[in-house]
Design a protein around this ligand. Structure first.
Ligand code: UT7
Length: 327
């Protein structure tokens, strides 16, 4: 098996910011509540005409600029998203066209907030087995397009954005372990309603009502903490790395209190966790890769460091990887 690593990262966040104070004007909430309960200060809102594929393309081009590869060299493209431009064609194929990656095969992966690690782990297998030489893994979501802006339980939490990485063979380090786990028994804890699958004919469905996110926040919180703590623990064991040798943990950014509880439960100092939820809120699949990109940009992660990546999302889906940083 070929050793596979992340060789470049990129990101794109729409420039328009929405602060907690802006939200105070549209729902019964406060900056104080949002900060205390989630750690979020502001989030990014995509422009009306900006599609998920546009966000994915910008993140992908940023990652390619940071790599030694050109779009024509890319052999596989995976896009993790739950807010594609439309059911099909896939966002991955739209990215392929936009960047001119003519040699690649391309498809989307749906694993909600865990999407990036599901896509990265999938891409890794293709390279490890020699089927392709490299892959572009992108996560992009526009959760603000599926939010009920009258529901304070959800509308304060999410934002838009994208991140990407280039995966390729590495001589040393790379992705040391993978752990993916799903629990469809808890699928009802978060999703989009009304369920479009019930059409073409169901008079009880109000066709004019747009689908929006419903979430049982408290139950998800209770599942996320042990789920993420266990995932990072198992991934570390699979990598043969004691948890105290992990220099930095980059978690899914859903709630600062979830991250604190995961740190406590896993027995890892919270100072080791990279957190940027204050700036972007929860950007679904893109959260972990945008945070990873910023952790590398700011020097929190350096060559040789052992890094834990850990995510959790609707499905339920959780994942963790241990990576030895290669550049
Ligand atoms: O990333 C994918 C998966 N999603 C998650 O992981 C989310 C996990 N869950 C959470 O992060 C938290 O459960 C939330 C941030 C969603 C909610 O925090 P909480 O501490 O669990 O609050 P709660 O739902 O227990 O609500 C406490 C109170 C309620 O009022 P009462 O009934 O005590 O009077 C809510 O109505 O806070 C109220 N509340 C708000 N107040 C002001 C709920 N949302 C808001 C709000 N502003 N935006």
């Amino acid at each position: 098996m070929v050793k596979v690593g992340i060789v470049a990262l990129g990101k794109y966040l729409p420039p328009k910011k929405m602060t907690n104070f802006d939200l105070e004007k549209i729902v019964d909430t406060s900056d104080e509540w949002i900060m205390a309960r989630t750690g979020i200060k502001e989030r990014r809102i995509s422009a009306l005409e900006e599609k998920t594929s546009d966000i994915a393309v910008k993140a992908a081009l940023d990652a390619l600029r940071n790599s030694s590869l050109k779009a024509e060299d890319i052999e596989a493209i995976f896009v993790a998203t739950v807010t594609p431009d439309s059911n099909f064609p896939s966002v991955a194929c739209l990215v392929q066209k936009a960047i001119g990656a003519k040699k690649a095969f391309a498809y989307d992966i749906s694993a909600a907030c865990s999407g990036f690690l599901y896509a990265m782990t999938t891409a890794k297998q293709f390279i490890a087995t020699g089927m392709v030489k490299n892959a572009l893994v992108i996560a992009a979501d526009r959760f603000t397009t599926i939010i009920d802006w009258k529901d304070r339980n959800t509308c304060v939490l999410f934002g838009d954005g994208g991140g990407a990485c280039v995966l390729a063979p590495v001589k040393e380090g790379g992705i040391l372990s993978d752990y993916l786990i799903s629990d469809g028994e808890c699928a009802s804890l978060m999703g989009v309603v009304p369920d479009k699958v019930r059409t073409p004919f169901d008079p009880s469905v109000d066709a004019a009502k747009l689908p929006y996110v419903v979430m049982n926040g408290q139950e998800l919180f209770k599942k996320a903490v042990p789920g993420m703590a266990e995932a990072v623990d198992i991934a570390a064991e699979k990598a043969g790395i004691p948890l105290d040798q992990i220099k930095c943990v980059v978690p899914h950014q859903a709630n600062d209190r979830i991250i604190a509880s995961v740190a406590k439960r896993a027995g890892i100092d919270k100072e080791k966790f990279f957190i940027n939820i204050d700036k972007y809120g929860n950007i679904s699949a893109a959260s972990v890769v945008v945070a990873l990109c910023e952790a590398v940009e700011t020097g929190r992660i350096k060559k040789g460091d052992r890094v834990g990546l850990v995510v959790f999302g609707a499905g339920l889906v959780a994942a963790a990887n241990i990576v030895e940083w290669s550049y």
